[in-house]
Design a protein around this ligand. Structure first.
Ligand code: ADP
Ligand code: ZN
Ligand code: ZN
Length: 834
């Protein structure tokens, strides 16, 4: 017996933790015996890392092995942040997969995944408890820490260290914490203050029948108070849960119609009491669950096919043309999964997550739905996080790619809407993950299904469907009477040759169609995938073109702001008064090409009576601005909406009869193997905005290359043929989906260094992977934000597992470390770049 006791004291436990730093490793800390029963995998703990810094770490594993082999000192976990784990084990597995597949560090995934409100940053604040009275003599060090507060209640650990002059103040704080003299500051701990609301309840002294009637007696001459008390008691009785016995002050006053002074009197008498209670910050959605719409025959059949696919496959691709009613099918599926008691994640590209779609979904799912958005405040994110963490109740989460990181307990279905959208891929910083692919993996971990939906699926997903890896369901008719639009191609080259382009931007046909629409009281959308007034400004005399000081690009001319802007780094300057090279006056600077701002100017000149709106990065810089421009158009306050690809994203307008595409060529002349796929997708998506219930829509597509296969396919909306041709080409030139691309991206402030290093790096990789290595290449924009860039491209057969590739990459990177100037180069991998 005695031995047993001793042994259990001796078995120390260790926690392997990950830190919110760009580090690949996990670190081991000793678990203090008193914390042992409360620390689990997924717990948030505070640890010391480096000399003086403290971080919130996440417990990854717990074991009893002392891995230091006494070669270094293992530090102790300093404190436990939350009594319950902040992460579920499944999430940690998901993180592990992300860091493995996307070749990034676990710490990067941690940083991206967890809202900062849940992370304690290095400067832990300690709070002095003013009510503390020592039972026994304090040690000198403890004494001096408490003295350091001298009137202040809150100090950071580093401040305490400085003030006391103690070299290691942590153990002292730790013992003071045990005594109750100090505590880690609650508010900083969560970076998040819970929102509270005043609640009213019956004081405990009046719970008994007798006391309560005495109270009523005492109110005989205070009619209003008596009325309010009666009202309160009735309300309480009507509450479903007998437990609650409370009502918010606001509600009580509102519903009873009493004034606050009447309530104050009752509080003063001590009959009722008020207190602060933490409430959810989330605005509860309207609690209405409307009856679902009946599906059309085609929708019904598509739904059945999806359900059939899910019986044998985990992923289904729904290829449904624009306005075929995909969303309606999603709604039916979501309802089915919620009824099974499971959760649904509905992913949308950032920009498509508008009030339009959330309203439409909340109409059916009401308070069973949560929205998760990148523009939410951190507090809101923490709140959503906790809500999902604390319960496994059926819930629909509508969100952008980062909602994959929420602590779901019970996913039954993930829907990836507009699955072709390349904004699903995170570019910077790491983890550079693709949310569609990650969603499939996450769903797999939950034993759930994934539905990919698009009118123009990505070639990758479509290939997987053709190969039988995914199920494929086609929906090729629009819902209701709406017909697919007629697409008219206008050959600008031809018009210019015949001198029939009277206007620089608009062909006669486009002007005619817009004019017709306006006369009919209908709306038009004009699409130009470039913002600003003109992409280039040039001196008429000497040919000088202003360039960004940080990047290798010309500056875009913004006329209204009278500025030149870099669209890569945000650099801005005023338009010069004269050409800096030859001194010609400003008037001699002419613009080349055109962006949305110029389109707006021209259209206003052509149709002075029309109300014109513009939707691009410049006008829709905030969410409210974005929503306002859209709702103005939706409600008919705007006649013509001009925009970049923002106008193409899954929006549904009832009164648009004309869509104008000003320059389709700019989409195709991009040096990227996906350029044609993208151009097709954009053209078809933009065209899809046209068409009304009772009238066929029109699309006017202006191009210099009307014979280009992609243009011809887009005009026919022939997705299948486009996919067939693209796949042929991809196979021939060893591109995805037949080959997996991994880019090694090297950046340096010094061009010669990055140049030299990239050649050595490529050679080393080539030694192992031979012709699978391309480059180093100089990217089209070779310098961004003063960093010179080189890329080495790996093309690996899709059938090759990623693990050995990863090992090899790690090995080569280690070899590179030996080169002295390698430290001047920042390297990252981009797996499946888009
Ligand atoms: P998609 O998502 O495929 O572009 P939507 O689901 O947005 O298509 O449907 C296009 C339009 O048709 C929407 O206005 C939608 O409300 C309407 N609609 C689609 N299916 C139905 C249905 N079963 N009942 C009523 N309206 C529907
Ligand atoms: Zn000049
Ligand atoms: Zn720049």
């Amino acid at each position: 017996m005695v031995y047993h006791g001793c042994l259990s004291v001796l078995t120390l436990k260790y926690a392997e933790v990950i830190l919110p730093l760009s580090l690949a490793n996990r670190y081991t800390y000793r678990i203090p015996p008193d914390l042992e029963p409360r620390i689990f995998i997924g717990s948030c703990v505070i640890v010391q890392f480096g000399v003086k810094r403290f971080y919130t770490a996440i417990v990854w594993a717990i074991h009893t092995k002392d891995e230091s082999k006494n070669t270094y000192e293992i530090k102790e976990i300093y404190a436990l942040l939350d009594p319950i784990p902040v992460l579920r084990q499944l999430q940690l597995r998901f993180w592990e997969w992300l860091s493995f597949y996307y070749c990034c560090r676990l710490g990067d995934v941690y940083n991206a995944a967890v809202p900062s409100g849940l992370k304690l940053e290095s400067e832990t604040a300690v709070m002095y408890n003013e009510n503390f009275e020592a039972d026994s003599m304090l040690r000198p060090a403890e004494q001096s820490v408490l003295e350091a507060f001298s009137g202040q209640t809150k100090l950071t650990i580093s401040e305490l260290e400085k003030k006391t002059g103690l070299r290691n103040v942590m153990p002292v704080i730790s013992s003071l914490m045990a005594l109750g003299a100090v505590e880690v500051c609650e508010e900083l701990k969560h970076g998040f203050k819970p929102k509270t609301q005043t609640y009213i309840r019956l004081s405990i002294a009046f719970h008994a029948e007798e006391q309560l009637s005495a109270a009523f007696n005492s109110l005989k001459r205070a009619h209003k108070q008596m009325a309010l008390l009666s009202f309160f008691l009735e309300e309480i009785q009507m509450q479903e849960t007998q437990m609650a016995q409370e009502i918010s002050k606001k509600e009580l006053l509102k519903r009873s119609g009493c004034s606050a002074t009447v309530l104050d009197e009752l509080l003063k008498r001590g009959i009722l009491e008020s207190y602060e209670k933490e409430v959810e910050r989330l605005q509860p959605m309207e609690v209405v669950a409307h009856v679902l719409n009946c599906l059309s025959e085609e929708q019904q059949s598509a739904l059945r096919q999806i359900q059939d696919v899910f019986r044998i496959k985990d992923v289904c691709l729904l290829h449904g043309i624009t306005s075929s009613g995909k969303t309606e099918i999603y709604i039916h599926l979501i309802d089915e999964i919620l009824q099974k008691g499971k959760q649904v994640l509905y992913l949308l590209p950032e920009i498509a997550l508008t009030t339009q779609i959330t309203k439409r979904l909340s109409y059916f799912f009401g308070d069973r739905m949560l929205v998760y958005h990148s523009r939410f405040s951190d507090s809101e994110r923490v709140e959503i996080w906790n809500r999902i963490l604390r319960g496994n109740d059926p819930l629909l989460v509508v969100g952008v790619r980062s909602s994959l990181f929420l602590p779901f307990g019970n996913i039954g279905l993930i829907i990836v809407d507009e699955e072709h959208d390349h904004s699903y891929k995170q570019q910077d910083p790491a983890p550079r993950y693709h949310a569609r692919n990650a969603a499939i993996v996450l769903a797999g971990m939950h034993g759930a299904k994934t539905l990919l939906g698009s009118a123009t699926p990505s070639i990758d997903s479509y290939y997987n469907a053709l190969a039988g890896k995914y199920g494929l369901v086609d929906l090729s008719v629009r819902y209701g009477e709406v017909r697919v639009p007629e697409i008219l191609t206008v050959d600008i080259r031809e018009l210019k040759r015949k001198k029939r382009m009277n206007n620089a931007l608009f062909s006669p046909l486009m002007i005619e169609k817009i004019d017709e629409a306006l006369k009919e009281g209908e709306q038009a959308i004009l699409f130009q995938n470039r913002r600003g007034f003109a992409p280039v400004l040039e001196c008429n005399n000497c040919g000088w073109v202003p360039h960004c000081v940080n990047c290798d690009v010309s500056l875009t001319y913004h006329k209204q702001r009278h500025e030149l802007t870099c669209h890569y780094c945000g650099y801005r300057v005023r338009v010069p008064k004269s050409c800096p090279t030859c001194g010609e006056p400003e008037a001699e600077l002419r613009s080349i090409g055109f962006g949305t701002e110029k389109v707006e100017e021209e259209i206003k000149a052509l149709f002075p009576a029309a109300r014109v709106g513009r939707l691009d990065f410049d006008t829709a810089h905030t969410r409210t601005a974005f929503e306002r421009i859209l709702s103005d158009f939706e409600q008919g306050n705007t006649d013509i909406l001009i925009g970049t690809q923002m106008v193409s994203k899954g929006l549904d307008f009832a009164n648009v009869s004309v869509v104008g595409i000003l320059n389709a060529d700019s989409l195709m002349n991009i040096p990227d193997f996906r350029a044609h796929e993208r151009a097709f997708q954009l053209l078809v998506q933009v065209s899809g905005r046209s068409g009304r219930r009772n009238k066929r829509g029109t699309v006017v597509l202006q191009t210099f290359s009307s014979e280009h296969p992609i243009i011809r396919l887009a005009v026919r909306s022939d997705y299948k043929e486009m996919a067939r041709l693209q796949l042929e080409e991809r196979k021939l030139f060893r591109y995805p989906p037949y080959f997996r691309i991994i880019e090694v991206v090297l950046r340096s402030r010094k061009e010669d260094v990055v140049h030299q290093i990239s050649f050595i790096y490529a050679d080393k990789l080539r030694n192992h992977l031979n012709e699978r290595i391309l480059g180093p290449v100089v990217p089209p924009i070779a310098r961004i934000q003063a960093w010179y860039i080189r890329k080495i491209i790996l093309k690996i057969e899709i059938t090759v597992a990623i693990a050995p590739v990863r090992t090899l990459l790690d090995r080569v990177s280690e070899e590179m470390e030996h080169l002295s100037n390698f430290r001047q180069v920042a390297v990252h991998y981009d797996v499946d770049p888009v």
